[in-house]
Design a protein around this ligand. Structure first.
Ligand SMILES: Cc1ncc(COP(=O)(O)O)c(C=O)c1O
Length: 363
């Protein structure tokens, strides 16, 4: 086969282990998955109720323009309808942006370590990848980013808050960074965890859209909305950017049912507020736990934390599996010595803390 060269450098995405697999493999009755930053409270009850009673015309193609959801989101964010691009999850938006802007003559700048799909897609397109190491506390080194940007830079990826560290970039720092980036470089602000931010100083980047015509803000229904299974993400940018990105998008990339579910979900903002508050409460418990036990923990404004483990990260993850807890090993994420844990419900976190106590006792 005449595969494109880039495939020699990459491997298929390796998902974390499923609950069913771990139950079977370890002979457990109950397993808690805290590995993929899903919402432990599911989706809004109003959405679930709607899903249970909904029916669709299965023979009809979806609305490729997603007009109904588009109208509601445009109103929610106070943007033009032409400023929105929908993807099959924000994963697909990353692919669309890469396909539209990256190629062998370009480079792309991102943090190391950050969401792996930026580099994955850039490799497929044959672009040069410029990775800027995070600072010691897991923050983006924005000065380092500026130094790396040159004439050939097409896309800059800012994951804010960052996955896997959870850090939020102070709004003033980010804004003064944006002021310095050349206006023909697309700056992607991937805000998959936006709904979990509680920092009172945080400024919603949607308010910057008029000032910066070269930003693209990515949001998703997969995290706080609890709709990962339906795969709806979106980008908001200047309409001239969306027009170009739309040339690359497949015509029916979101299915009809998922579009309707997302539309229902944005009617229930009370559920998002409730999840934000519950997550914040539980995130504080992680901070307190780490402080009491003198374990290192990165500052997080998301629904996950990176917490230190006493021995090899893969060994620690394996021990946690024996205790019925699926977490993400830092070795796979590029942060050895830590595991990434999705913040669960109170009960799930109780179980996690007990298992962590055992982990540190055994050393
Ligand atoms: C930072 C970040 N961006 C994008 C995504 C992709 O989300 P989705 O494709 O489900 O919208 C994720 C998922 O974990 C993520 O952590």
């Amino acid at each position: 086969m005449k595969w494109v060269k880039a495939l020699q450098e990459i491997t298929p995405y390796k998902p974390g282990r499923s609950i069913e697999d771990v139950i079977q493999h370890y002979g457990l009755k109950e397993v808690v998955k805290l590995a993929s930053n899903e919402n432990p409270y599911g989706c809004a009850p109003s959405v679930q109720e709607w899903i249970n009673s909904a029916s669709i015309h299965t023979e009809i193609y979806p609305d490729g323009f997603a007009a109904s959801l588009r109208g509601k989101l445009a109103e929610k964010h106070g943007v033009d309808e032409g400023a929105i691009l929908f993807g099959n999850g924000s994963d697909e938006i990353v692919t669309i942006i890469s396909r539209a802007l990256l190629g062998p003559d370009t480079n792309t700048v991102m943090a190391a370590t950050t969401f792996p799909q930026y580099a994955h897609n850039a490799k497929i397109e044959g672009a040069e990848i410029r990775e800027i190491p995070l600072t010691d506390n897991g923050q983006h080194d924005l000065d380092g980013f500026l130094q790396a940007i040159d004439e050939q830079t097409a896309v800059v990826w800012i994951c804010n808050p960052n996955n896997p560290t959870g850090n939020l970039i102070p709004s003033d720092d980010l804004k003064s960074f944006l002021e310095k980036v050349p206006s023909d470089v697309l700056v992607v602000l991937d805000e998959a965890y936006f709904e979990y931010i509680t920092d009172p100083g945080h400024v919603d980047s949607m308010t910057w859209l008029n000032q910066f015509s070269n930003i693209s803000i990515l949001r998703t229904f997969s995290k706080a909305y609890g709709l990962a299974a339906y795969r709806i993400g979106y980008a908001i940018s200047d309409p001239t950017i969306i027009t170009e990105l739309n040339k690359v998008r497949n015509p029916f990339n979101n299915n009809s049912f998922a579009l309707s579910v997302a539309e229902k979900a944005i009617e229930d903002e009370a559920f998002i507020e409730q999840c934000r508050a519950l997550n914040h409460q539980q995130r504080e418990r992680f901070k307190q736990y780490a402080q009491e036990k003198n374990i290192r923990l990165y500052d997080s404004e998301t629904n996950f934390v990176l917490m230190e483990v006493p021995n090899d990260t893969d060994v620690a993850s394996e021990k946690l599996l024996h205790d019925g807890l699926i977490v993400r090993s830092g070795n796979a994420l590029g942060i050895p010595g830590f595991v990434r844990i999705t913040i669960g419900s109170e009960e799930q976190n109780d179980k996690l803390f007990q298992a962590f106590d055992r982990l540190w006792m055994e050393g």
